[in-house]
Design a binder for this molecule. Structure first.
Ligand code: BGC
Ligand code: MG
Length: 549
């Protein structure tokens, strides 16, 4: 990559890889870095600009890598630091940037910092973590926690006993993920150095895991009640989402800016638009992007997505750049959420067209380009601690969205020569890269064409956006280049969410750029057009050119 392009991430299509599940190179049934490297040509031909790879650092894997025991090394399961270097170099050669995943809210209980910290209150590392002295015990002899904070993946109190110091430590995910004290200046300083370490190696940025959880209420107040079961019936105003975090994010931003073009994308409790907005900082001194997870929870309706996008655009401060996600490693895949007999793939294309043409950086999740829906392992094969704790409530466990990538119709879909760590989803013999690339009507072929079109038309990434109409079943908008890097072009995007034919008003004549039901180049006249069920229609409006005065 030549020259410094500071704003590359505004044009980029991001692609999330869950490394356990992407490609296994050594037959142990678990994906790894050499595996990802071997599939880079595929990612280049798909046309994505940047990868975000979920954690592959040294870890006892109690939360599959979101429990880090060494932030500066690769877990042998995934390879070595040299493998990481080779992956980053090769990706760059192909024009693909690489983001890693920084888990800075908590460490693994096996991290040497915590091993030292828990040994004695006098140890200098002790103050790197959050503690509460055991003051009282209940009738069963269990320590009474200082508040009602919950351990999300174990569905119990988030406070765990540490006998050696006669204290409780905090773990709001699992007991194996003790939480750091970000009020201790040594902690942010250490993470700044960790960022520098990876930037030096060539990494282009980070996704920041639970970035709004770094600070907890200084007085450890109990959370108030909420009606939301997914939030464990609490409003998380004291165990995360504290205002102190904005300053810490701005400090991390400074470290990224030392290198000019590195990018930080925070997981910031992604349905709260105002909180996400605040994470950018008032003058853009915070995160480059704060994840927008609202689409993960929207029903299948043009209106729902239009309302959601509008609300996010309105909430973001001047200069902040939006982003959109339909699937990730923590949520049911969207092809499954939106499935409808006879229309599941058609809907996947409508969703892709929306994600790839809205104003904001799209984040794809591996396999969504195939229309993967996820798989439901039997109880005995569950791996996710959350799924195990909440069995049989299938809606909660995260194994379904983590099944192996489907490469071809050979054994184990070409993912591994061994036994895959999670069983493959049903139907992989038909739904895989090799097959779908041969089928021009496949979901994958659609993604390839959409991403190529997006690349060739800067207004689709960088132009302005104006919604057209308020039809509950049809989502329509115009993307318009505003000169400079966004070009001068215009594209009309018309998406029929309905499984029935529907009418749409076309403001001008146009020719088809890409569509699911019409040939590229076909002309369409202004006025009422009849859209087929789940039709995607991207038009170049006819321009009337006036000579410049
Ligand atoms: C990650 C999860 C992880 C948790 C704890 C998140 O929000 O996306 O996969 O379990 O943080 O690190
Ligand atoms: Mg392996």
């Amino acid at each position: 990559m030549t020259g410094v392009d500071r704003e590359w991430w505004k044009r980029a299509v991001f692609y999330q890889i869950y490394p356990r599940s992407f490609m296994d190179s050594d037959g142990d049934g678990v994906g790894d870095l050499p595996g990802i490297r071997s599939r880079l040509p595929y990612l280049a031909s798909l046309g994505v600009d940047a990868l975000w790879i979920s954690p592959f650092f040294k870890s006892p894997m109690k939360d599959f890598g979101y429990d880090v025991a060494d932030y500066r090394d690769v877990d042998p399961l995934f390879g070595s630091l040299d493998d990481c270097r080779a992956l980053v170099d090769e990706a760059h050669r192909l024009g693909i940037r690489v983001l890693l995943d920084l888990v800075a809210n908590h460490t693994s209980e096996e991290h040497p910092w915590f091993v030292e910290a828990r040994a004695s209150r006098a140890n200098p590392r002790h103050s790197w973590y959050l503690w509460h002295p055991i003051a009282r015990r209940n009738a069963l002899g269990r320590p009474v926690p200082p508040n009602n904070w919950k351990c999300l993946f174990e569905l119990r109190s988030a406070w765990f006993e540490n006998a050696a110091t006669d204290e409780l430590y905090l773990g709001t995910f699992t007991r194996h993920q003790p939480e750091l004290d970000w009020r201790n200046p040594a902690v942010p300083a250490e993470f700044a150095d960790i960022l520098r370490f990876w930037f030096e190696l060539g990494v282009d940025g980070f996704r920041l895991d639970v970035a709004t959880a770094y600070f907890k209420d200084a007085e450890l107040r109990s959370n108030p009640f909420s009606w939301k079961p997914l939030d464990l019936f609490q409003r998380h105003v004291y165990d995360r989402n504290r205002p102190e975090v904005f300053g810490a994010l701005a400090e991390l931003r400074k470290v990224a800016d030392e290198r000019g073009d590195r990018v930080l994308v925070g997981e910031t409790h992604g349905r709260d638009a105002s909180l996400a907005a605040a994470c950018h900082g008032e003058r853009g001194e915070g995160l480059h992007m704060a994840f927008n997870f609202d689409f993960l929870f929207r029903p299948w309706s043009a209106k729902a997505f239009r309302d959601s996008a509008r609300a996010w655009y309105a909430a973001l401060p001047e200069g902040a750049w939006p982003n959109f996600t339909l699937s990730n490693h923590d949520q049911i895949r969207h092809a499954r959420r939106y499935r409808k007999a006879g229309y599941t793939d058609a809907r996947a294309k409508v969703a892709a067209a929306m994600l790839l043409t809205l104003r904001g950086s799209p984040f794809l999740y591996y396999g969504e380009e195939l229309g993967m829906e996820g798989g439901y392992p039997p109880r005995g094969q569950l791996r996710d601690p959350l799924g195990i704790a909440t069995w049989p409530l299938r809606a909660y466990g995260r194994d379904p969205e983590r099944t192996p990538m489907q490469w071809d119709s050979s054994q184990n879909a070409g993912f591994t020569t061994g036994t895959p760590w999670l069983p493959l989803e049903r139907g992989w013999r038909e739904r895989n890269v090799e097959r779908e690339l041969r089928d021009p009507g496949s979901v994958l072929s659609f993604y390839v064409s959409m991403i190529a079109l997006r690349r060739s038309r800067p207004e689709l990434a960088l132009g302005s956006l104006a919604f057209l109409g308020d039809d509950p079943g049809v989502l329509a908008y115009e993307r318009r280049g505003e000169g400079g890097v966004s070009g001068e072009g215009r594209v009309l995007v018309i998406l029929n969410f309905d499984a029935k034919a529907r009418r749409a008003e076309l403001p001008s004549d146009g020719s088809v750029l890409l569509g699911t039901h019409r040939e590229p180049g076909a002309r369409i006249q202004a006025g009422t057009a009849v859209l087929s069920p789940c039709e995607v229609l991207l038009l170049a409006p006819a321009e009337r050119k006036y000579p410049e005065a």
